[in-house]
Design a protein around this ligand. Structure first.
Ligand SMILES: NC(=O)c1ccc[n+]([C@@H]2O[C@H](COP(=O)([O-])OP(=O)(O)OC[C@H]3O[C@@H](n4cnc5c(N)ncnc54)[C@H](O)[C@@H]3O)[C@@H](O)[C@H]2O)c1
Length: 308
């Protein structure tokens, strides 16, 4: 019987369906023990992971039977995809299955930060009643700059248009826009930095995108935008972001992803409760609903791949 190993959490009902078809070992903590994974991977035909399992060359060199890797999510930076190709291992992300969840995060954090909810909350729980001392605004008619116009960038644009924002998008690899499909303007990075009131990042982490948002790009932002990062941590230089906030180049930020996860104290010690910011532990794509969609999708793809 085809053997499948799962090293991170999966929706229980989807797991039960998988167990009806395959010999499944489920250990949601196994991602913490790469040595053990290296030892046992040789026995498995399929592997299902989220973003914490490091599927590196050591794992792949021991994976003599492995033909399929299912990713319960979309970013593939924890998987050595080049060597998977060499070894003819099919890598299957759950493309689009958590896009609504991320888009809701981007819109809700945009509204919250433009309205300065974190600062009102902080002042109120300190007993300060900052009703007139903090000035807030509305997102209606504000300009959202989307950097990276793939699956999630497009979904975010769709949500933003429904909430009466205007949208600019930058993606050098995006070929053409069907204007009937979505009413946004394709733009360049300079224009996005200069015109946006909110900037949201939806890129993969590559050599090209690492530190894309840095001291120089912050200095080109003219509207003191809100910065939102749900993509990958190192795309924003975190030290430059904190400096940009204190130098009044941006008016707030929401970070769901970080250079180091869990975040290190050197970073969170720079955050104080009176700042207009939201920090979350890489959860923008994870909701009850998206977990079901993502898990069901990967179970379906695993089943199709092994033709069960
Ligand atoms: N925080 C979370 O829970 C969560 C959930 C889902 C996805 N993500 C992350 O969000 C990001 C986007 O995911 P997706 O599914 O939309 O990916 P995608 O591959 O569909 O889209 C990424 C887009 O970025 C574009 N791009 C690449 N390099 C670029 C550059 N230098 N400048 C501008 N655009 C560039 C690509 O052309 C592509 O269109 C990924 O990093 C993914 O890992 C995070």
């Amino acid at each position: 019987m085809t053997k499948i190993l799962i090293t991170e959490f999966i929706n229980q009902e989807s797991l039960n369906n998988l167990k009806n078809k395959f010999d499944v070992k489920y250990d949601e903590k196994l991602w913490e023990n790469n040595k053990k994974l290296e030892e046992i991977i040789k026995d498995y035909d399929g592997l299902i992971v989220r973003n914490k399992t490091k599927v590196n060359l050591n794992i792949l060199e021991n994976a003599s039977s492995l033909k399929f890797i299912g990713r319960l999510g979309v970013g593939l930076d924890n998987i050595d995809t080049e060597n998977c190709k060499v070894k003819n291992i099919h890598v299957q992300p759950a493309t689009g299955m958590n896009a609504d969840s991320v888009a809701e995060y981007v819109l809700s954090s945009s509204m919250s930060l433009v309205k300065k909810i974190p600062m009102f909350h902080s002042g109120t729980v300190k007993g300060e009643w900052p009703r007139t001392t903090i000035k807030s605004a509305e997102i209606n008619q504000k300009c959202l700059g989307v950097i990276g116009f793939g699956t999630i960038g497009k979904k975010v644009a769709e949500y933003a248009l429904k909430n009466k924002l205007t949208v600019l998008a930058y993606d050098p690899y995006f070929a053409e826009l069907n204007k009937k499909e979505i009413k946004i303007e394709l733009s360049n990075l300079k224009e996005i930095l200069e015109k946006s009131d909110i900037i949201s990042l939806h890129l993969p982490l590559t050599e090209e995108t690492k530190n894309l948002i840095n001291k120089s790009t912050f200095s080109q932002m003219k509207n003191k935008p809100i910065i939102i990062n749900t993509s990958r941590g190192s795309i924003i230089n975190e030290n430059d972001l904190i400096d940009a906030y204190h130098n009044d180049l941006i008016s707030g930020f929401a970070l769901d992803v970080f250079e180091n996860e869990p975040i290190k104290s050197e970073f969170y010690k720079k955050i104080s409760s009176d700042m207009n910011c939201i920090l979350t532990p890489h959860i923008s794509g994870v909701t009850t609903e998206s977990n079901i969609r993502v898990s069901d999708f990967i179970v379906k793809k695993t089943t199709e791949f092994f033709n069960q």
